[in-house]
Design a protein around this ligand. Structure first.
Ligand code: HEC
Length: 131
């Protein structure tokens, strides 16, 4: 009887807590904190992403857009969309700004490395842990 009468209270208290938990982004399926850390090294190094997106990934005028904000030129900024953009690049006919990006940024990244660098880019706008 006592428990039953407490039930509405528990529900009321429980709901906002669940809501909070969902507003913090959890890692997308297939992404690990290790991949994000590895992706940063690739982004800054062999991926040559910084050449056009800047060392802070906030973009370089005339070369590449900001990757740290919630604004996405291509698709929805999901991990899958970011991965596809890195893999295929942005050819002139799909470019939103007139600037183009070669597949994999013109780098020699492997499929695994593309996944890692995409995980890092995803983390930049989703507040996920980088280590
Ligand atoms: C030669 C310059 C260049 C290099 C190198 C480059 N990018 Fe890009 N990137 C661009 C441009 C330009 C666009 C956007 C084109 C447009 O205006 O539609 C873009 C778009 C993107 C997008 C989609 C952004 C959005 O808003 O939808 C992602 C993600 C991305 N790049 C990640 C990377 C990563 C990761 C690397 C390194 C592997 C990389 N880029 C290397 C020029 C570059």
């Amino acid at each position: 009887m006592r428990l039953l009468s407490l039930l509405p209270v528990l529900l009321l208290v429980g709901l906002p807590i669940t809501g909070l938990a969902q507003s913090v982004d959890s890692l997308p399926t297939g992404v690990t904190a290790d991949m994000i850390a590895q992706g940063k090294t690739l982004f800054d190094g062999p991926g040559i992403c910084t050449a056009c997106h800047g060392t802070d990934a906030k973009g370089v005028k005339g070369l590449g857009p900001n990757l740290t904000d919630a604004e996405w030129l291509h698709d929805d900024g999901s991990y899958a969309a970011i991965r596809a953009a890195v893999e295929k690049g942005v050819p002139a006919n799909l470019s939103k700004t007139g600037m183009v990006m070669p597949p994999r940024g013109g780098s020699q990244l492997t499929d695994e490395q593309v996944k890692a660098v995409a995980a890092y880019v995803w983390s930049l706008s989703h507040g996920a842990p980088t280590h």
